[in-house]
Ligand binder design. Sequence first.
Ligand SMILES: Cc1ncc(COP(=O)(O)O)c(C=O)c1O
Length: 424
Amino acid sequence: MSKLAVKGGAAVRDVKTNPWPTWPVWDETEATALLEVLHSGVWSYSGPKETQFNRAFAEFIGSKYALSAANGTVTLQLALEACGIGYGDEVIVPGLTWQATAAAALDINAIPVLVDVTEDTWCLDLTKVEEAITPRTKAIIPVHLYGSFVDMDALMPLAEKHGLWVIEDCAHKHGGQWKDRKAGSIGHIGSFSFQLSKLMTAGEGGALTTSDPQLWEKLDALRNCGRRPEESPDADKGTGLYGDEGNFIQSGNYRITDFQAAVLIEQMKRLPQQNRTRDDNAIYFNTQLASLPGVQPMRRDERETTEAYFNFAFRYDRDGFKALPTEIFRKALAAELGCSVEACYEPLNACALYVPHTKPWRHRLDDEHFRQVDPKRFELPVCTRAYERESVCFHHNVLMGTHADMDLILEAIRKIYDHADELK
Ligand SMILES: Cc1ncc(COP(=O)(O)O)c(C=O)c1O
């Protein structure tokens, strides 16, 4: 019989006796906080927990303001709207990201311009960003993902040179730090998701961060049916947003509940220690991975002073791994470890969930607009190679245990290499 678990052999990790750390993490503090909200009767609408969370999250991220919202998709949409972006404006997004990053631009009738990533970080390639800028470009959405960071030292001056807004999509980067600044405090606006799998979660939820009082005022109005913010400490009231009645900009309801805010307050307290544990394990793993054949860690920039991993990834080279196809390697690894091992996101020019042409009735825009938003017009060779050949990705829960867990992943990779011929 084959030695490999995928062919019926014994697995490297027996998850029945040695399960992986589970996600989400919670305890009595969440339960108590939820009951507090229940008994208070103030279940939503800028309640005390929401106000407390907004203040604490702003302080944690190092921005002047934070605003919680329904999820990390609408936060991107509201951020673009607050920057005055709309019909026909171009927004640069990476070709490798969750579809929401581009869909948020699409939903306000802007044109998502898909740009390729660098091969060793899978984050925006700034040379290609510069090439993609046109007179219609209004914003760039850098997404920090796969344990990597967009080079913010290079991006911010580039954006400034061209007069562009920078909206950081930090859905994967809660607490990650570039030099002495946290993700979400470097661009003009930061956008966060608190969906169940994320590094802080309330099941669903999102937040916006900014240090610009005018943007804050617009964002707060936009998330709350256009109402003027009740509390605007130093916002400039002359934004031109409001009519003579002083209270209106057209928008919808993108608020969260106080139950979510109560959970998020507790989740945030655990985040720094959880990030340290994940990073410690990732450093230990990557150091040893580098010496194995056919695999290599993602490049970590030395300016990434605190890492935050939503997905933990490494790069696979089938030619260096006895020509074993990537998909078979991932399946074999998943079988050895008893956890999910995935490819990275589908490139947005070939993503089943990013299909702008399927909603022609929504805004009845002209054919030229649909030509502009057609994802197939963008070439994304590095994204495609990462998806089809190179990416091996885990959920961050595999990093939440000990070095012994990392040893098992390394052992599984060595085992598959040794027995690769059985899989061909
Ligand atoms: C990079 C990125 N941006 C935005 C989002 C959207 O967040 P949400 O699911 O909270 O709408 C996600 C969610 O997975 C994401 O991964």
